[in-house]
Design a protein around this ligand. Structure first.
Ligand code: ADP
Ligand code: ADP
Ligand code: ZN
Length: 209
């Protein structure tokens, strides 16, 4: 199954996508993780992306479309995947139609007032992409999955978060109607606990397969 996860920054896309990908044995394709890795390694894509990411702006469509086209042609994507963070604009969604056949779009709905707290407390592992919240870490500083030191993303600072929420409403939220119109959209209440959200998504996906 080829699935898109859609929702504002902090909605829980990464948290849920990682768990569901483990359960279904399919790859999680997080464009944010791919771009952060490219920035860390100083690749040409990373050099192009860094200033946009730091400012909480979207990286240009052509950079993302090329990144996704290459990634989806790899062997491990042939039996399905979750796209986490792509597409984020209508031109990206239109380009994706020429690259892949999508089976479902999972929208996590979370109002803005929850998101600032979620993002300012977020801690991430740049090695494996795992995501945590500081309120649940009880002082632990390393990734439970791979042991790497957790970091706070620069773009999770409150000023940048407000900018990212605006970008979401202006440029990404139109995709809700786009995919609704294609009969692919399934919306979940992302303010519920992580376990409850996970169970609801799995139940819906099981009905499709
Ligand atoms: P979040 O999980 O908070 O929604 P991501 O990790 O997905 O954030 O993305 C971080 C940043 O990477 C974005 O603010 C943007 O600069 C860039 N980015 C990731 N995916 C895309 C995309 N599909 N189009 C444009 N920019 C992207
Ligand atoms: P996204 O990938 O959509 O930007 P994340 O999965 O990184 O979102 O989650 C953002 C923050 O919110 C993280 O600190 C994560 O631990 C926390 N979080 C995720 N899901 C929930 C939930 N259902 N309830 C409360 N906090 C959550
Ligand atoms: Zn890790």
């Amino acid at each position: 199954m080829n699935i898109i996860f859609l929702g504002p920054p902090g909605a829980g896309k990464g948290t849920q996508a990682q768990r569901i990908c483990d359960a279904l044995s399919i790859p999680q394709i997080s464009t944010g993780d791919m771009l952060r890795k490219a920035v860390k390694e100083g690749t040409p894509t990373g050099l192009k992306a860094k200033e946009y990411m730091d400012a909480g702006k979207l990286v240009p469509d052509e950079v993302l479309i090329e990144l996704i086209r290459d990634r989806l042609s790899e062997e491990d994507c042939q039996k399905g995947y979750i796209l986490d963070g792509f597409p984020r604009t209508v031109p990206q969604a239109e380009a994706l139609e020429g690259i892949a056949r999508i089976d479902a779009v999972v929208e996590l709905n979370v109002p803005d007032d929850h998101l600032v707290n979620r993002l300012s407390g977020r801690r991430v592992c740049l090695n494996c992409g795992a995501t945590y919240h500081v309120s649940l870490l009880q002082g632990r500083e390393n990734c439970e999955k791979c042991g790497e030191k957790l970091i706070q993303r620069k773009d999770d600072a409150p000023e940048t978060v407000l900018n990212r929420l605006k970008v979401y409403h202006d440029q990404t939220a139109p995709l809700i109607d786009f995919y609704q119109g294609k009969g692919l959209l399934q919306t979940f209440d992302g303010t519920k606990g992580m376990e409850e959200v996970y169970q609801s998504i799995m139940e819906a996906l099981n009905k499709l397969s």
